[in-house]
Design a protein around this ligand. Structure first.
Ligand SMILES: *Cc1c(COP(=O)(O)O)cnc(C)c1O
Length: 236
């Protein structure tokens, strides 16, 4: 009984959070005259039950960062029509499982990883890829620096089992929207350049914007916002 009640409270909270995030997205879309981005629910550290509840509210795209955790939840949720996105750093020994269990990978920043995914994708569907860009030139962060992106993109563009859809970034946190927009603007400009240089790829995806900066990202043309905290609550 207690469990059932907890679940109902949790489901109600998720519904409120989802409405509030959808409202923010809609407000930004209207304010900045931009198309509506896809809402990618970032479910790292969340339970299968929480994902199921959000999926029951109509969310279809979920993003995970840690492979083992993701595989366990995917096994619980095979009855749901979820599109899975891998958004965390990718180690070479994880590529096969990622290729087999995810439709998208947003965090490609090395040729070796792209090559392995290309060789290990044995499905009728090709894998959707975003290159992760390190906008802040921080040594410790994942992502390729903007000046090296074109060479990596040229290689990935030739890989038959991968579809190079666009770019992803996690800019360093900034509190005001003008500063937040600068990083996202850079990412959008970089994609325009790549589109001109490598016109055979779709280049239809800017994976940018999280709980704290989704408005700024939408202002700069985000097509996928990746939201965790503001949907599920604070992470432990
Ligand atoms: C955790 C994470 C998010 C979601 O961040 P929130 O601030 O919780 O919305 C988005 N993208 C990536 C790559 C993440 O690791």
């Amino acid at each position: 009984m207690q469990n059932l009640q907890d679940n109902l409270i949790q489901a109600h909270q998720l519904q409120q959070n989802l409405s509030s995030v959808e409202h923010r997205i809609q407000q930004a879309v209207e304010a900045f005259h931009q198309p509506s981005p896809l809402l990618l629910a970032v479910s790292k550290t969340r339970t299968s039950q929480q994902i199921r509840e959000l999926a029951n509210l109509g969310v279809q795209h979920f993003g995970e960062n840690y492979l083992q955790e993701a595989l366990a939840k995917q096994a619980d949720l095979t009855d749901l029509p979820i599109t899975w996105h891998f958004i965390g750093p990718i180690q070479a020994n994880k590529t096969r499982a990622i290729a087999e269990n995810f439709d998208w990978a947003h965090s490609i920043d090395r040729l070796k990883i792209a090559e392995r995914l290309n060789n290990q994708t044995h499905r009728s569907k090709r894998m959707n890829i975003c290159l992760q860009i390190n906008l802040d030139n921080e040594d410790t962060k994942s992502g390729i620096i903007p000046t090296d992106a074109i060479e990596l993109a040229r290689h990935v563009a030739t890989m038959p089992n991968l579809i190079l859809r666009g770019l992803m970034a996690i800019p360093a946190p900034r509190t005001n929207i003008a500063e937040q927009r600068e990083g996202f603007h850079q990412l959008s400009m970089l994609m325009s350049k790549l589109k001109t240089a490598i016109p055979q790829c779709p280049w239809d995806t800017l994976s940018m914007g999280m709980s704290k900066d989704l408005e700024a990202a939408i202002a700069e043309g985000s097509t996928i916002v990746r939201v965790g905290t503001d949907l599920f609550g604070p992470r432990q």
